[in-house]
Design a protein around this ligand. Structure first.
Ligand code: MRU
Length: 373
């Protein structure tokens, strides 16, 4: 994607030195564009846990590259005293434990373990790890590009009905190219619509407490020239009641094979408001975000609880530097639930790389029969 006059991938290998992975450190956006060099699996675990990188697809791609860095390290120590397979298993466990909700994390680590196991020597294993890391990232990009094409059909249909008036899409959190590789899931149809000349406008919900909407989605859309307006999280229902939202598209960190959707906290309330106002509510996801083992999202999906300082404080840009201020009484306790689960009956459809399906087992398996029991 274009930033200023340069093109960037969301995560990539350093040109000329494949021992370094480079990524955009999202903690400083939208104020400062910082590229981080990551050369060890420990650094990658920190980058995932501390949210230098975030978003389901990117967490998966980062874990893929993290396993490659772990393989490089294990090959180094295996040459002297180490045990390659033990070191790799330890790295896999550390990566998996970095964040609990996005299923792409364990999916990518498992892909790597399976692929690396086919290598006979440490050298072969490193080569396989590199190949698989690239594959995970490239596949994420291609799947999101396809999601864009299928979602474009939905926006085109609405645009035809509105006869040239702008189509208003509401989104939550950041499920854009910063959260995946190169296109984004929820934003891919928006970018495709905008690039094809449709008059699309996005309501960007700020997404407290970390403000992925107002910081990241707004920045992405602005860089791409997509008309958008940042709103307070609680404004979505009001806009829907007044006919200002034509459809909602959100991402997901994990969706059960039965269609229950875990996404950033606040998604469920938007789905409720959409249902009450007959606004279509779509979830865009690559197949790597399906959990093929989980049946009941509310009971089974682990919901990350993060530090309370994220709720009690806010940060912003002041006179050339990032500053943090407390916004609650010092002694008030706070709680910080990172995600919620939107039950399938509130979801109009799932936009995947293979097309749009309903949020139920039958429809999901009809698109992905290889995962059917
Ligand atoms: O906690 P985050 O920022 O990693 O949250 C994940 C998300 O970006 C969202 O839940 C998103 O809407 C779906 S995953 C790209």
């Amino acid at each position: 994607m274009k930033v200023g006059d340069q093109y960037f991938r969301t995560i990539w290998l350093k040109a000329g030195d494949e021992c370094f992975v480079q990524l955009i450190d999202q903690r400083f956006l939208p104020h400062h564009f910082v590229i981080e060099n990551v050369s060890t699996v420990e650094q990658m675990v920190t980058a995932i846990r501390e949210m230098h990188v975030r978003g389901a697809g990117l967490i998966g791609a980062s874990a893929g590259y993290g396993m490659y860095l772990a393989a490089l390290q294990a090959a180094d120590t295996a040459a002297t005293t180490g045990d390659f397979d033990r070191d790799l298993a330890e790295a896999a466990a550390q990566l998996k434990a970095a964040r609990p909700t996005a299923v792409n994390l364990s999916w990518a680590v498992e892909c790597q373990l399976k692929s690396i196991a086919a290598g006979k020597t440490p050298r072969e294993k490193v080569a396989l790890a590199l190949h698989t890391a690239r594959l995970i990232a490239d596949e994420d990009a291609e799947h999101c590009r396809m999601i864009g094409q299928h979602g474009l059909d939905l926006i085109q249909r609405i645009a035809r009905k509105k006869a040239g008036k702008r189509v208003n899409v509401l989104t939550h959190c950041n499920a854009g190219w910063l959260a995946f590789v190169d296109y984004g899931s929820a934003t891919a149809p928006i970018y495709a619509a905008h690039d094809s000349g449709l008059p699309v406008h996005v309501w960007v919900a700020e997404t407290r407490p970390r403000n992925q909407g107002s910081k990241l989605t707004a920045w992405e859309l602005g860089e791409h020239g997509v008309p958008h307006t940042v709103i307070a999280d609680s404004a979505g229902g009001h806009l829907m009641q007044h006919g200002e939202v034509d459809l909602v598209i959100v991402g997901t960190d994990r969706t059960t094979y039965t269609g229950d959707v875990a996404n950033k906290i606040g998604t469920y309330l938007k789905a409720l408001a959409a249902k009450d106002n007959n606004v279509p509510f779509y979830v865009a996801l690559p197949s790597s975000s399906f959990d093929w083992k989980m049946e009941d999202g509310l009971k089974e999906i682990p919901i990350e609880e993060r530090g309370t300082e994220e709720v009690k404080h806010a940060d912003g840009w002041l006179e050339g530097r990032q500053v943090e201020v407390r916004i609650t009484p010092e002694r008030s306790p706070a709680a910080n639930y990172g995600f919620d689960v939107t039950p399938r009956h509130l979801v109009t459809g799932l936009i995947t790389e293979r097309g749009v399906c309903e949020a139920n087992e039958k429809s999901i398996f009809s698109l992905f029969p290889e995962h059917a029991p």
